[in-house]
Write a protein that binds this ligand. Sequence first.
Ligand SMILES: *Cc1c(COP(=O)(O)O)cnc(C)c1O
Length: 356
Amino acid sequence: MPRPITATLDLAALAHNLDVARAHAPHAKVFAVIKANAYGHGLLRAAQALRAADGFAVVEFDAAVRLRDAGFAQRILLLEGFFDEREVLEGAAKKIAAVVHQREQIALLGGLPAGSRLDVLLKINSGMNRLGFASGDAHGAHAALQDCAGTGKLTLMTHFANADDARGVAWQMEIFERAAAGIVAPRSLANSAATLRYPETHFDWVRPGIMLYGSSPFGELPAAALGLKPVMTLRSAIIGTCDLKPGDSVGYGGMFRAERPMRIGIVACGYADGYPRHAPNGTPVRVGDAMSGTVGRVSMDKLCIDISAMPAAGVGTPVVLWGDGNPVDDVAQAAGTVSYELLCALAARVPVIERS
Ligand SMILES: *Cc1c(COP(=O)(O)O)cnc(C)c1O
């Protein structure tokens, strides 16, 4: 039997979660965000499962080209825009749309040969304070783009910093509306959290990412309560057991010490598979049909779980590290991170099983 770790991808769940996004934003078109190898799920297989989307958004130029070359005819958007002249030229040839967030990119667009143009999303910084034109520069950037022969269809865009928390979107909407006043163009504002919670942000194009993968953008609201289904299930099995006496410690650094007699299971999954090394004792793991937790430090290839209360558990017992019956959001929360980071970190050595 091979090493028992696998990542099962429920591709029908991806399509289902896209439908959930559409149900929330029925009048908007959807850019399915599939940057970072579709949040670890695989670019082309995710795009195939999400082919009902009106567009795809990526960060990596070569991902945009791979999508186009694979035959996807939808809009394809580069979320950080073009980085150099070659990308602008090839992007125009492949009809790839680009965020424009700084003057240098307008200059690059100006270098396109006559008759060649591409669609742009003019990004306004409304408070995230990462990329985008300052609100006071939005009209200037818009005018510069309109003067540029390389500019195709123009859409206005911004990105929210707090759509998933109590601060909300109203403060950024106000800054955006002031910056965009008088500019007639379609708009794209909403990430997953805004798609789910703030209809007033939907406008023409929404940009859901994490929700498509079955994860909740809201700390306090489980994905299941939003009608989302998990796509990735990281499974493995117990490959060894160990009996502990009181005082025995487990793993590197002795991060866990038994206070009573215990039995632990050694699971074939470690940080080289994408499991977070900083997961503390008690990070949830599903063992058969019951829940347990990690004990001791996660190592490169292995982690340990408490099976003291599970007399039937032993070598070969299946475990779910995250996914089906053990939400990735719960694992992420226990490990002090977000599901995005766990999903994106799935390692190339983990065999993927597609289920549709
Ligand atoms: C990643 C990203 C999204 C998707 O965000 P989620 O929180 O995953 O829905 C949307 N817009 C931009 C600009 C992004 O970079």
